[in-house]
Design a protein around this ligand. Structure first.
Ligand code: SAT
Ligand code: MN
Length: 583
């Protein structure tokens, strides 16, 4: 098979010549094709069949133990000018990067099959969607891309019609971390990834295309590609709002997107539905509002911590047709991870007998499930709507043990952009490196923005123009800890209480306490019925520490300075104005 697009055929030929595969297979995305790939992976041991009666159609993949997370230090944005990538990215000159990758890709598919994977990010018929083709030698990647994107025949037809697509070239190579690079060429819409088979390094539609390349493209086309979940929230009167929320990887986006409200809310008729759990593309509509789509078709969620209590919708979604990566296994061959339940698994994520005494987790902390969004009980049909959904509120949040209150609201768009730009969070297992270190992660895009953050903030500011009806911007922190080191806020379903307050603010039906950091809630306006928050929690969740914030804002100022003269004046002025009020 080939396509009706000469540019695509030519590229595939070129890559085949370079990588020298034994076979070339154009993926059509069909069930039969998938079944064949699965059969082949079962035969070569790259997939293991899980318990068919408890988890029909589900498989376990164990990655190489050195290949378990994104590798930010090996991820590059290769723009002609170094400054266009900015201090937020690792940069390599395009020619140097191409030469390096050419050497790695030469002959790397000998003895393997080259898969051509056409995919569409977003509903096939949405003007907001964008397409790509990933060439890969990993059948595991093909099977995951089939779940995570609209992959195959229909995507190819759109690509042939449009003539434009993102070119993604991927090989697992020899999985040697010394020979691993994830290169982005946003100016020519290209991605080259070598030496990893894992998640965001290898499923090129996800972080590489839908965030790094798309953010660059979005800037020139007037839209936003963001690291955000999208949820629908329906009140008892049947009115629906949509909220987009940015949190760093492994900070609970999937849980929030699939939230089940506390009992009282359910009884009253509140409902949360899920549009997406990781990525959001937004564009101003004719009415001035921002309209969003989820470019993905599935969830690549963190398994550990997922339970009937923390996220019943996710758990229900992954009972069948799911690919698990790096989880543990029970004696009856069911997938298991820390936080699931009280059972003790027999095999750890590396395939060794599990020794509970050793004190190391059975599932890898960044173990994942890949599942179609359609299997989620809370999945919203509007997620397939070509026009997207109108966003009423944007939420920024991080993992902060101290200082940052439960929720506050930006005074206006510029202030909201500063709140996003100033986001800080403690690092998680989603990337290699130390866990629990506080770092600035603006809009949760630190690892994902395909261009200079200073220009990115300017792009965000540019949406505030005549005729725009922009969402309100909020900041939340579910992770504040008390003196005893325990979380002060119960989180999970109870986050509904905070979402409800946001909607009251959107409707203009409640007031707030004005402080230099923004509008804080009057605690009486947040429904805390049935929660037993102690005095320390009430005090710390709803208060702000002026001195602490003065120090925080001084550090935010230093952070913005790192970007030099490209940093928009309006953002610096906003930071200085708040500093002035705090000191
Ligand atoms: O590994 S992924 O980038 O796909 C997941 C994540 O870090 O959010
Ligand atoms: Mn993510």
């Amino acid at each position: 098979m080939t396509s009706q697009l000469p540019a695509l055929n030519q590229w595939v030929e070129e890559i085949a010549e370079l990588t020298q595969p034994d076979h070339i297979h154009w993926c059509d995305g069909s069930d039969a094709e998938n079944a064949k790939l699965i059969e082949q992976m079962l035969a070569d041991g790259s997939l293991l069949k899980l318990n068919e009666s408890t988890h029909p159609g589900s498989y376990l993949h164990r990655s190489h133990p050195d290949d378990v997370a994104r590798v930010e230090h090996l991820t590059f944005v290769c723009t002609t000018e170094r400054d266009d990538a900015g201090p937020n990215n690792h940069w390599m000159a395009p020619d140097e990067a191409r030469a390096k990758m050419r050497a790695l890709f030469t002959g790397c598919m000998k003895g393997r099959t080259l898969y051509v994977v056409p995919y569409c990010m977003g509903p096939i018929d949405s003007p907001l969607s964008r397409c790509g083709v990933e060439i890969t030698d990993s059948p595991y990647v093909v099977a995951n891309m089939r779940i995570m994107t609209r992959m195959g025949q229909a995507a190819l037809a759109r690509i042939e019609r449009e003539g434009q697509f993102v070119k993604g070239l991927h090989s697992t190579g020899d999985l040697n971390p010394e020979r691993r690079f994830i290169m982005h060429f946003p100016e020519s819409l290209e991605i080259q990834s070598f030496g990893s088979g894992y998640g965001g390094n290898a499923l090129l539609g996800k972080k590489c295309h839908a965030l790094r390349i798309a953010s660059h493209q979005a800037r020139s086309e007037g839209w936003l590609a963001e690291h955000m979940l999208i949820l629908g929230i329906e009140n008892p009167q049947g009115k629906k709002h949509y909220i987009a929320a940015a949190f760093p990887s492994a900070c609970g986006k999937t849980n929030l997107a699939m939230l089940i409200p506390p009992e009282g809310y359910v009884r009253d008729g509140w409902k949360i539905t899920t549009i997406g759990d990781d990525i959001c593309w937004m564009r101003p509509g004719a009415d001035g509002r921002l309209y969003a789509i989820n470019p993905e078709a599935g969830f690549f969620g963190v398994a550990p911590g997922t339970s009937a209590k923390s996220n019943p919708n996710a758990l229900a979604s992954i009972q069948r047709n799911t690919i698990f990566t790096n989880v543990a296994v029970t004696d009856d061959n069911q997938p298991w991870w820390e936080g699931l339940d009280k059972r003790v698994p027999v095999t750890d994520w590396k395939g060794n007998p599990f020794n509970a005494e050793a004190g190391t987790p059975a599932a890898h902390p960044n173990s994942r499930f890949t599942v179609s969004a359609k299997q989620c009980p809370s999945y919203a049909p509007e997620a397939e709507a070509p026009a997207g959904v109108p966003i009423s509120a944007i939420v920024f949040g991080g993992r902060r043990a101290s200082l940052v209150p439960l929720v506050f609201e930006a005074r206006d768009w510029t202030h909201g952009v500063l709140i996003g730009a100033a986001m800080g969070s403690e690092t998680t297992a989603a990337a290699t490196g130390a866990v629990g270190v506080m770092r600035r992660d603006p809009m949760a895009m630190k690892p994902f923005c395909g261009y200079n953050f200073a220009d990115y903030f300017a792009h965000w500011l540019s949406f505030d123009k005549a005729g725009a009806k922009l969402p309100k911007i909020f900041h939340v922190n579910w992770f504040r800890k008390g003196d005893d080191g325990d979380f002060l806020w119960p989180g999970f379903g109870d986050n509904m209480r905070v979402l409800e307050w946001m909607l009251k603010r959107v409707a203009g039906s409640v007031g707030s306490q004005e402080t230099p950091i923004g509008h804080l809630p009057n605690p009486a306006d947040i429904n805390l019925d049935g929660l037993a928050l102690n005095d320390e929690a009430m005090q710390k969740l709803f208060d702000y520490d002026r001195q602490g914030w003065a120090a925080e804002f001084a550090s935010i100022g230093e952070y913005l300075e790192e970007y030099g003269p490209r940093m928009p004046e309006a953002l610096k002025a906003e930071q200085q104005r708040i500093c002035g009020q705090l000191n």
